[in-house]
Write a protein that binds this ligand. Structure first.
Ligand SMILES: Cc1cc2nc3c(=O)[nH]c(=O)nc-3n(C[C@H](O)[C@H](O)[C@H](O)COP(=O)(O)OP(=O)(O)OC[C@H]3O[C@@H](n4cnc5c(N)ncnc54)[C@H](O)[C@@H]3O)c2cc1C
Length: 376
């Protein structure tokens, strides 16, 4: 049985704080709508991922994150929630009320009940200055610590079979800063035509002729050009993704990142892989959310993708082996092969989470095959 919360949407309450507000949101609200509602109230979410199509509760339940050395994933923004448990009881929880359930349910994989509202800490509305430019991968990695900590939100996309990356540096600015959004024509060319239409076409062709991929990537990396713009924070964070793909993402200790990328580079050369999709690298601060992929350690995220008509299994398995060798943790909402036995040692609070689950849902009313695999 699948429950849709598409009609449980909107904002239920706003309580001002010194930095913005605590906003109670119905769980089925999609981030796209929430961002616009918040903006109209003079508020913004603290951090966001790449897309805004997910529901707030779905994104948070699966551990969705964005990038930023000093910023946690979406679950770190949760200060309270209301959940309907397996007995039908409606429980309100926060750090003060039912704190154990709160700790587990703020990133709960849907295993503990149906969340009906989430209260999230928001900031006064802010805008972001975005700087995107092509750079050599080696130059970024050799100065990584300084680069990733010297700007609010840093990330890069690496074109496999090349040593070129597109870096993105986003700087938070006060809400009153004048906006200089990407022009309509440039936005269409970069974000629609190149990122979706042309990219989709290249993937369709290279599915039939994989040998062209390294040269296509080298060409794409050369065609990248720099751009700068300033826009409402949520419009800078989120982009449109219309080319279908499969994805696996691993959270690794940040110090391991250069070694992991070096081994992936060697894998591509030696393993006969032909990968057309860029590898996305992001960062997050250590947090204390029990099942957060950044729990207890500053984290780098490495996301690998494959066009949906291509078989991703051999590539993803090989990258997963590399990430596992440095104690990597898989994104809960993306492809991976891990199970409870080998996830338990990766999460110091894994057994605390399982104990809460045993208490609130002993009969596994909310059980499913995926949860049986990853939680036991
Ligand atoms: C194109 C694309 C880009 C992405 N970019 C990022 C990114 O930048 N960063 C990142 O970290 N992830 C990213 N993801 C993953 C994404 O954020 C989510 O993890 C995933 O898509 C689930 O979100 P959803 O709204 O589809 O959730 P759903 O499919 O609705 O929910 C996912 C799960 O959450 C649980 N759940 C949902 N609602 C509730 C509720 N009310 N109560 C209790 N449990 C609930 C259920 O277990 C459900 O199976 C991306 C995904 C895609 C497709």
């Amino acid at each position: 049985m699948q429950i849709h919360l598409d009609r449980l949407t909107g904002i239920a309450a706003v309580v001002p704080t010194s930095e913005g507000a605590h906003v109670t949101v119905y769980a089925g609200t999609r981030l796209e709508r929430l961002n616009e509602l918040l903006w109209s109230l003079g508020l913004s979410m603290i951090n966001l991922g790449d897309i805004d199509m997910q529901t707030l509760a779905g994104a948070i339940a699966t551990g969705t994150h964005g990038t930023g050395a000093a910023f946690g994933g979406l679950a770190t923004q949760v200060v309270g929630l209301e959940i309907v448990t397996a007995t039908g009881e409606v429980v309100t929880c926060s750090a003060e009320r039912n704190p154990t359930l709160f700790e587990a349910a703020r990133l709960g994989l849907g295993a503990l009940g149906v969340i009906t509202t989430m209260t999230i800490a928001c900031r006064n509305a802010y805008v972001m200055h975005a700087e995107e430019r092509p750079e050599p991968l080696d130059a970024v990695l050799s100065d990584l610590e300084r680069i990733r900590t010297s700007v609010d939100h840093f990330e890069f996309y690496w074109w496999p079979h090349t040593h070129r990356v597109l870096t993105k540096r986003n700087t938070r600015l006060p809400g009153a800063t004048p906006l200089r959004p990407v022009g309509r024509i440039r936005g269409y060319i970069d974000d629609e035509l190149l990122s979706n239409t042309v990219f989709g076409g290249i993937n369709a062709v290279s599915t039939r002729v994989p040998a062209i991929i390294p040269r296509a990537n080298a060409l794409a990396a050369r065609l990248l050009s720099a751009r700068e713009f300033t826009d409402a924070a949520h419009r800078v964070f989120a982009s449109s993704r219309r080319v279908r793909f499969r994805e696996m993402e691993y959270a690794v200790p940040v110090a391991e990142l250069p070694g992991v990328l070096e081994r992936i580079d060697r894998l591509l050369t030696d393993g006969g892989h032909r990968i057309g999709f860029p590898i996305e690298v992001r960062f997050a601060a250590a947090d204390d959310v029990w099942l957060s992929t950044a729990h207890g350690r500053d984290t780098a995220y490495v996301a690998v993708h494959m066009y949906w008509k291509q078989d991703q299994r051999r590539y993803f398995r090989a990258v997963e082996d590399i990430a596992r060798s440095v104690d990597g943790r898989p994104h809960w909402g993306k492809l991976h092969r891990r199970a409870a036995a080998d996830l338990r040692p990766a999460y110091p609070r894994f057994d605390d989470f399982v104990a809460v689950r045993d208490e609130v849902d002993p009969d596994r009313v909310f059980g499913n095959d995926y949860l049986a695999r990853v939680l036991g």
